[in-house]
Design a binder for this molecule. Structure first.
Ligand SMILES: Cc1cc2nc3c(=O)[nH]c(=O)nc-3n(C[C@H](O)[C@H](O)[C@H](O)COP(=O)(O)OP(=O)(O)OC[C@H]3O[C@@H](n4cnc5c(N)ncnc54)[C@H](O)[C@@H]3O)c2cc1C
Length: 456
């Protein structure tokens, strides 16, 4: 009899697992429960749909339903798992009409993703207060943006900033409110300040070090009130203050929880429950530099973990190689990227970090269109081990791909001086004989007072 694999969640992690299983073993019967009607849609693309850059929401599908079903997986759309008995290997399921069903399995992958954090604020349930996490959220926000003239975005993380650009592009007057001292708190404040300048340059009202306390209705508008001295009237409010793992099914079955309350997994993505794996935003991840559990909910991680969970559900015994939290965001004409640890994170992990700032043009300045890349490099003072890199520059400076060089180097456990050894490409319109990254890495080595280091 063929193995029955059930997967709860039909987005990045769940579909990746299902595809990999069907690719390796067409004999495995794969059933994917998809809580909504949108299997394998790119929620990373939602801000670009709201902006109007992607006018047809259907183009956000990584693959069509027909393409997915052609692999032999069964998609149960709008079927929600409501409970799990891991001993009996049985999922309780709510069908689209509300009736109850059960699904028996031999092996199970949980890929339930994350849900947006709802801070304890008065007024969150008012009409006009939005979240952006699902396709349905995007449809509602898209319609609301069409009727609105102003918006307050609570939270200046990468999704909040992508939405600030999207709503500005739609013609709204946007105010971004952030509790911390600078926007994009995933990078150091000097780089966050560059992103703030870009927002201001495009007319966004940025209020940092400001905490929203309440939202109230005022004649069909929303009054957003906070400290110190925040009192803004807007037509819509978008809450974007982070996500938390969706672990209700796992908790129901008694699974162990780990970093930030995500499902605890080992390197094979196995949970504490028999024959149950977890992947994506619902699961913790393993940090490739610190070797500890952490929670880094990103689409890239979800895909990789989903693939590993799928292989291991077939008995492969593969290990997830870990995350570095590599990420990039476009904010109007700027790109901001980071990988690895920042200084404080590296210190907390037991390293002896030094962080050095550097600036270099993306290509030879005599060729038109050159822009500076602002960098911050972090490495261990004693061993020289590369620990982190942050880049901000014009979107034409190929930051999104440049950040992949330090990400690859850290993955390989390199010291920072080895960046200078790399045979990187060069032609004046695109680079320099010493690429900007190499200029930055050399600045770190100079600052640390080390000129050469024996190769390990
Ligand atoms: C606006 C936005 C922009 C983003 N941009 C980026 C980006 O640029 N780069 C990046 O790396 N990451 C980005 N991310 C994060 C990325 O989208 C997530 O990390 C990724 O989608 C996680 O995939 P997942 O499969 O684990 O979970 P999700 O994509 O959250 O999917 C979870 C799935 O599980 C289903 N589900 C949940 N509970 C049940 C249940 N009980 N029964 C049945 N089905 C259930 C849901 O319906 C959904 O299909 C962005 C996220 C958002 C919201």
């Amino acid at each position: 009899m063929s193995v029955r694999l059930a997967i709860v969640g039909g987005s990045d992690a769940g579909i990746e697992a299902a595809r990999r299983v069907r690719e390796i073993d067409a004999g495995t019967e794969v059933t994917v429960l998809v809580g909504d009607a949108y299997p394998n849609y790119s929620i990373c693309g939602l801000p670009y749909y709201v902006a109007g850059d992607v006018p047809d929401w259907r183009s956000l599908a990584h693959r069509s339903r027909a393409e997915l079903e052609a692999t032999g997986m069964r998609l149960w759309l709008e079927h929600r798992a409501t409970g799990l008995d891991a001993e009996a290997k049985e999922l309780r399921v709510r069908r689209p009409d509300g009736s109850a069903d059960t699904l028996n399995y031999d092996r199970l992958i949980l890929a339930t993703g994350a849900v947006p954090v709802r801070p304890p604020l008065d007024g969150l349930d008012l009409d006009g207060v939005h979240l952006l996490h699902t396709m349905d959220d995007a449809f509602v926000l898209n319609r609301a943006a069409g009727d609105a003239r102003s918006a307050v975005i609570v939270g200046a993380g990468y999704i909040g900033l992508e939405c600030a650009e999207a709503l500005t592009q739609r013609g709204l007057k946007v105010t971004v409110v952030e509790r911390l001292p600078e926007v994009l708190p995933t990078v150091d404040t000097p780089l966050g300040a560059l992103v703030r300048d870009e927002l201001v340059r495009h007319g966004v009202d940025v209020r940092t070090a400001t905490t929203v306390l309440a939202i109230s209705d005022e004649n069909g508008h929303l009054r957003v009130h906070g400290e110190p001295s925040l009192d803004v009237l807007a037509d819509l409010v978008l809450l974007s203050v982070g996500v938390q793992p969706d672990v209700s099914i796992a908790v129901d079955a008694g699974a162990g929880l780990g970093a930030r309350g995500a499902i605890a997994v080992d390197a094979t993505m196995a949970t504490s429950l028999p024959d149950v794996w977890a992947a994506g935003d619902c699961a913790e991840t393993y940090h490739a530099l610190t070797g500890t559990s952490s929670y880094l909910p990103l689409g890239t991680t979800a895909h990789k973990q989903g693939r590993i969970a799928g292989e291991n559900a077939l008995g492969a015994g593969r290990h997830f190689a870990g995350s570095l939290g590599t990420q990039v965001v476009k904010v109007f004409d700027l790109a901001a990227a980071r990988t690895g640890l920042r200084d404080d994170e590296a210190r907390a992990a037991g390293f002896d970090p030094l962080t050095v700032a550097a600036t270099a043009p993306d290509h030879k300045p005599y060729y038109p269109g050159a822009h500076d890349i602002a960098m911050r490099w972090t490495a261990d003072r004693t061993s020289g081990r590369l620990l982190g890199c942050q880049l901000v520059g014009h979107q034409s400076t190929q930051i999104a791909k440049r950040i992949d060089v330090p990400a690859t180097a850290m993955h390989a456990g390199w010291t920072i001086d080895r960046i200078s050894d790399l045979d990187l490409s060069y032609t004046p319109p695109f680079g320099s004989p010493w690429d900007a990254l190499q200029v930055g890495a050399q600045a770190w080595t100079r600052a640390n007072g080390v000129v050469t280091r024996p190769r390990p």
